[in-house]
Design a protein. Sequence first.
Length: 455
Amino acid sequence: MDNIQEAVNLQREFFQSNTTKEVAFRITQLRKLESVLRENEDALHEAIYKDFKKSVFENYTTEISLLYHDIKEAIKNVSKWSKKKRVRTNLANLPARSYIIPEPLGVSLIIGAWNYPYQLSLAPAIAAIAAGNTVVLKPSELPINTSNAMAKLINENFNPNFFKVVEGGVPETTALLNQKFDKIFFTGSIPVGKIVYQAAAKNLTPVTLELGGKSPAIITENCDLKITVKRLIWGKFLNAGQTCIAPDYVVVHRSIKDQFLEMAKQEIEESKFLVEEDNYVQIINDANVTRLISLIDADKIYTGGKYNTDTRIIEPTILTDITFDHEVMEDEIFGPILPVIEYDELDAIIAKIKERPKPLACYVFTKDSEAKQKVLDQISFGGGAVNDAVMHIANSNLGFGGVGDSGIGAYHGEHGFRAFSHYKGILDKATWIEPNLKYHPHTKSKLKWIKRLIG
C-alpha cells in the first residue's frame, strides 16, 4: 500500500505549507464542495438507490440537505470560530494579555459508515475543512456505488494533497490506520471502533468515535399517545431501522401497552413502509438480512415479521412480551425490528437501563415533568429528545456524539470545528516590569506576599 503512505505524506507536506490555515482558503474549498454536490445531485441519488433503494426524497432530506446546512453554517461562522479569543489574565501573570488560538490538528483520516453513506462521510469532512485540516476520506465499501460516487466527485475536483478519497475494504483501512495521522474520525460499530482506537493509540492520535448502542424509548402512562406513536414509528423505521440513533427498543407503561401496540400497528399500516412509496429501503447486504431474521422470534411477533431474502426487504416488525433477557436485547438491532417491554415502576426500568452500556440516544415520551427530569438526570446517554425521536440530530447547536461505549467526542456545527482543532493557550507578557517574587533568594517575606496574591 505504498500509494496510501505517499498520499498521507503529500498531505502532510501540503499542510506544512500553511495553505489550509488561511480562512479564505477554507471558505473557497467549502463553496467548491457545495457546488460539486449540487451539480451532481442526480448522480448521488442514482448511486444510493442502486445500493439499497433509497429514494430521492429520503436521500435529500436525511443526507444531502444536512450537508448543505453544514457547509452554509461553516462558511458563515468559520471566521468567528477561527479567531483568537481573549481570556482573563490571573493576578500572578500581570501585566499581560492571555488568549486562545484555535489551530487545525493537521492531516485527518475520516472513516465513514454505510447506513447514511454521504452524510456520515462528508459531514465530518466539512468540519475538518472548516477547521483547516487536510482530509483523507475512507467511505464504507458496503454501499459500493455511493463510495464510487464520492471518490469520483472528490478526486476529480479537489487537490489530492488536500482532500482525497481512498476506496477499499479491510486491507485499505488497515493500511490507512498504520499511517500517522493528526486526527482520526470514525463512525461505525463498537467492535471496529475499538480496533480504530487501538491503532490510534500507537501514535497517540486523538480520535472521535461515533458508535452506537441500544437506544431506549421510554413511554410513560400520561404521554400524548397519538403523537408519541407517530413520531416513534417514523424514527424507528426510517432507513429501515438502519440508523444509529433509532429507538432500539421501547419500554412502555403496563397500563397503556395494549393501546400503544394497537396504535403502533395502525401507524405502520398507514405509513405504508415500502420501497415503492419512497419511504423504505433494503437491508444493506445479505449478512445483515440473515442476522436480523435470526432476531425475529415467531412467538413474539405482534405485527410484521415477513421478509424477502432476494430483495433484502424485512417489513416493519414489532415484538411484544419481551424482557431484557431475550436475544434481541443483547446487541444493537440496527434494523426494522422493535422490541416492546412493559414496566410498572419508572425507577425500576431506569435502573435496568443503567445496568447496560451507555446508549448513543435516549427518548422519553411524557407529559410528566418529574418523570422527564428523572430520565434526563439519571440515565447517561449521548443525546436525545423529549417527546420526539431522532430529530435532535437536525439541530447542529446541540452537538452530536456518544458517551462510554457509544462513542467519544462530538461534532456538528461548532462542535465539529472543535473536534478537528487544537486550542492553543498563549500568555503574552509585557517587558516593562518584572516583579522579583519568584526569583532567588527565596525569603519568608516573598512567600508571605505570594500567599496573599495567590492564596
